[in-house]
Write a protein that binds this ligand. Sequence first.
Ligand code: ZN
Length: 172
Amino acid sequence: MPKKGDCKPIVERIQLRLRLASNGCLEYTGALVDGYGYISSDIPGGSPKRVHVVMWVYHRGPIPVKSPKLCVLHKCDNRRCCNVSHLFLGTRKNNNDDMRLKGRAKLSHEGTTNAAAKLTDKQVLEIRSSKLAYRTLAKMYHVSFVMIGKIKREENWKHLLLNRKLTYAKTR
Ligand SMILES: [Zn+2]
């Protein structure tokens, strides 16, 4: 991979890779890990940085050290978004509560959109093969009850179906 821009300061490198989405999200178009944008550190040998955290600190200043630890969270649920007005500081617990609440509002989205994108392929397969109640699964994976239903009915993640479909049909 070409490292052309890498001598530039990290914020400049991030800004080169942002795209404004129609909903106001500033989406990072570089590398993603688990849906979050990542960029190499300015410090040689430093670990890669989460892009939205870098942008938060750049605009709003350092994250206060507190217990429980504060994280930079997304109001928009779009992990690759770096729009500072879509971000807020909260604890991990705030984030989980928030995702649970939003899970309900995101029902109409399909496939690769935000709420759905939180699940990995592996998780989707786990959900499909699980015997647990929908409600329990929704809690476990922080997605909505309806999302679980869609996964169970194979209305999304169709690329994962393969030959599972046959065995699954029998158990329904
Ligand atoms: Zn956003």
